[in-house]
Design a protein around this ligand. Sequence first.
Ligand code: ZN
Ligand code: ZN
Length: 380
Amino acid sequence: MSQTSSTPRDPYDVLGVQRDASEQDVKKAFRRLARELHPDVNAHDPGAEEKFKEAAEAYEILSDPERRATYDRYGHEGLRSGGYAPNFDGFGSIGDLFDAFFGGGSPFGGRAAGPAAGGDAAVAVAVDLLQAARGATVEVSFEAVERCEHCRGNGAEPGTPIETCSRCGGAGQLQSVTRTPFGQMVRTVTCEECHGDGRVPSQPCRDCRGRGRRAVKRTLSVDVPAGISDGQRIRLSGRGHAGEAGAPDGDLYVLVRVREDRRFVREGDDLITALDVPAPLAAVGATLQAPTLEGTAAVEIPPGTQPGEVITLRGQGMPALRRGRQGDLRVVVNVVIPRRLTAEQRELLVRLNETLTEENMRLEESVFARLRRALRSQAA
Ligand SMILES: [Zn+2]
Ligand SMILES: [Zn+2]
C-alpha cells in the first residue's frame, strides 16, 4: 500500500457495509467491488488498481475477526501499533492481486476443481494519429505468468517423482461441511495442497518453487488496425497469463491510446483542421494549402468566404475501422484580420471601405444564423 495516504479510509465505508455486517456480507461486498474494479472492465481507469488495493485492505481487516475487533476499538492506529500492515506491496498488477485473493483466473464465483485457467492481462499502448490512420505494428511489454520451463509446468524438480496428494487422496477436491440451522451444508472445494491437481511433487521445482508458473517480462508485436479510435481495446486470445498445466491461458487486452495531434481534431472518422486565411484573400478567393494526415492538400477558397465557413475534402479523414466510408477532412476557415498596419496599408483599407456598398456587405445568412448553426454542430 502506498505510504502517501496519510489517513486510510474507514474499511466499513470502503466496502459499503454496516458496522454489524456479517462475515458473509463483508465477503459479498468485497466480491462485488472486486468485480467492478477488474481490469477486464476497467483497463481505462488508472485509479482502479489503487481502489482495488483499498478494498482488499478493508477486506483483509474486516474478514479477520481479531483484526476487526481491534479496528472497532482502536481504529487504524490500533492495528498499526499491534504490528499489522497491509501487505499488497509485492503484487505487480491488479491481475496478480486477483490471483492472490481468488486463486487465479476470474473473480467470478468459486474456482472449479481442476487446474486453473490463466488470468487475463492488460497493457496500454500509444500511437500517433497517422499510425492510427494507416495501421501500425507496435511492441508491447508486460509482466506475464508463464509456464516454468525448468519443470515444464508440473512443479516437480526434473527427475523426481510426483506423488498422489495425501490431503485429498488424489481427488483434487475436498468436502467442506458447514452447520446451519437447516442442517449440514456440504460444499466441494478445491484442495489447497495440490490446487486441484490431485498430485504433488515430492521435490518442488527449484525455479518456480513447485508452482509450475512464474512471472516474466514478455514482449509482443501487436497489429493496430487502421482506423482505430482512442480508448479501443484489442483482445489477443491466449496471450495473457499461462494457466496451470492442462488449463487454457488467459487473454491479453491491449488498450490503444491515440495521441493528440496539434493539427487535427477527430470526430468519428472525420478530421477537422483550421486554415488561416488573410481577410483580403477571403474576399477575392484563393487556392491555399491545408494540412492533411499525409502532408498538405490544395483547398479552393471561393471569393467572399466568411469566417468559420467549412470546406470539406472528401475521403481525406480517417479510414473506417470496419468496412465503410472513409472519413472527410473538414477545413474551417479562420479569417485573419491584418494588424499592425503601415500607413500605406491603412490608407488602402480606408479607401476600400469607402467604396463598399450594401451589395458588398449582404450575407446569404445572417451572422446570428451562422453562429447558431455553429453552436448546433458543436453540440452534436
Ligand atoms: Zn518449475
Ligand atoms: Zn490434494
